[in-house]
Design a protein around this ligand. Structure first.
Ligand SMILES: NC(=O)C1=CN([C@@H]2O[C@H](COP(=O)(O)OP(=O)(O)OC[C@H]3O[C@@H](n4cnc5c(N)ncnc54)[C@H](OP(=O)(O)O)[C@@H]3O)[C@@H](O)[C@H]2O)C=CC1
Ligand SMILES: O=C(O)[C@@H]1CCC=N1
Length: 276
C-alpha cells in the first residue's frame, strides 16, 4: 500500500494547481489526498487528478507526513481548530499557502508551537512553472525545511526569504502576479481585435509574444530594460507606445498596485492575529 505523503486541506484553485504540478513531477495520485466540503469539487478533483478527495478534514489525516493548508485565510481559524489535536498527536509538517496568515497565528490556532512552513506559490505551479517563496518557523528542523523545499521545487522555482514579513511582498509580486500578466494579455488581445485582427490571430500573437518575452528575459544575461531598448527603434512604433505608457505613469501604477496587494496581506495578518 502506498503511503499518503501529502494531504491538502481545501481543494480549490491553488490546491488543484499544486496537485497537478506534483503529479506532473512524478508523484502518484495515491501519495496525495485532499479534503474539501463541496461534493462537486471533490468529484472534479478525483476525475481530473485521480487523487482521493475526502469530505472530512480528519479522515486519513494521521497517515500524511505533510499537511498543506489551502483554505481561504478567513476559514483558517476554524480549520486549524479542527486539525489541532491531530497535529499535536501525529506531528506532521504543516505547510501553509494562505496569504496573510502568520506562523504565530497558525500555531496559536493549532494549539501549540508546531513546525510551520509558509509557502507562497502561484497557479502556474500546475505546469511546474510556479514561483514560490518559502519561510520556516524556528520550530522547523533541517529535515522539515528540506521536505517543504522538495515538495515546492517539484512545481517551480523556490526562493527562501529570511524574514517572514517578506512573504507579504512575495504574495504581492509572484502570488498575485499571474493575474497582472493575464490582465495585460487580456487588454493587449482586445486592443489587437480593435485594430482589426481576427480574434484567434489576436489571441495567438498576444500569448506567443508574452511567452517569448518571458523566455527571453529568463534566458538573457541582459536585464529587461536592455531587452526593451532593443525593441525600441528610435523614431519608431514602440517608442510611441511606450510614450503613452509613460504619460499614464505605468511604472507608478504598477508600484501602487503591488503596494496595495502587499498592504492587504499585512492587513489580513493583523485582523487574523487579533481574531479569536
Ligand atoms: N489562487 C491563487 O492564485 C493563490 C492562492 N493562495 C492561497 O491559497 C489559499 C486558497 O486559495 P484558492 O485556492 O484561490 O481558494 P479557493 O476558494 O479556490 O479554495 C479554497 C477551498 O477550500 C474549501 N473549503 C472551505 N471550507 C473548508 C473547510 N472547512 N475545510 C476544507 N476545505 C474548505 C473551499 O470550498 P468552498 O468553495 O465550497 O467554500 C474551496 O474549495 C488561500 O489562502 C490563498 O491565500 C496562495 C497563492 C496563490
Ligand atoms: O488573491 C489572493 O488573496 C490570493 C493570494 C495570492 C494570489 N491569490
Amino acid at each position: 500500500m502506498t503511503t499518503v505523503k501529502i494531504r491538502f486541506i481545501g481543494g480549490g484553485n491553488m490546491a488543484a494547481s499544486l496537485i497537478a504540478g506534483l503529479i506532473a513531477d512524478g508523484y502518484t495520485p495515491a501519495e496525495i489526498q485532499v479534503s474539501d466540503p463541496d461534493p462537486e469539487r471533490r468529484q472534479v478533483l478525483q476525475a481530473a487528478l485521480g487523487v482521493r478527495a475526502l469530505a472530512s478534514n480528519l479522515e486519513g489525516l494521521a497517515e500524511a507526513g505533510t499537511l498543506v493548508l489551502c483554505v481561504k485565510p478567513q476559514m483558517a481559524a476554524m480549520v486549524c481548530a479542527e486539525l489541532g489535536p491531530m497535529v499535536s498527536e501525529h506531528c506532521p509538517l504543516v505547510v501553509s499557502v494562505m496569504a496573510g496568515v502568520t506562523e504565530r497565528t497558525i500555531q496559536r490556532w493549532l494549539g501549540g508551537p508546531v513546525p510551520v512552513v509558509r509557502a507562497m506559490p502561484n497557479t502556474p505551479a500546475m505546469l511546474q512553472t510556479g514561483a514560490i517563496g518559502l519561510h520556516a518557523s524556528p520550530e522547523v528542523d533541517a529535515e522539515g525545511r528540506n521536505r517543504a523545499e522538495t515538495i515546492l521545487r517539484a512545481v517551480g522555482l523556490v526562493r527562501w526569504v529570511e524574514d517572514e514579513a517578506a512573504i507579504d511582498a512575495v504574495t504581492a509580486i509572484s502570488g498575485s502576479g499571474p493575474a497582472y500578466f493575464f490582465l495585460l494579455m487580456e487588454t493587449l488581445e482586445q486592443a489587437a481585435i480593435e485594430l482589426g485582427l481576427e480574434a484567434e490571430t489576436a489571441r495567438l500573437l498576444t500569448l506567443q509574444t508574452a511567452l517569448g518575452a518571458a523566455k527571453m528575459a529568463m534566458e538573457s544575461t541582459d536585464p529587461p530594460a536592455r531587452l526593451r531598448e532593443r525593441v525600441t527603434s528610435p523614431g519608431g512604433t514602440t517608442e510611441r507606445a511606450l510614450a503613452v505608457f509613460a504619460e499614464a505613469n505605468l511604472r507608478g501604477l504598477v508600484e501602487r498596485a503591488a503596494r496595495a496587494a502587499r498592504d492587504r496581506a499585512v492587513e489580513l495578518s493583523r485582523i487574523l492575529s487579533e481574531s479569536a
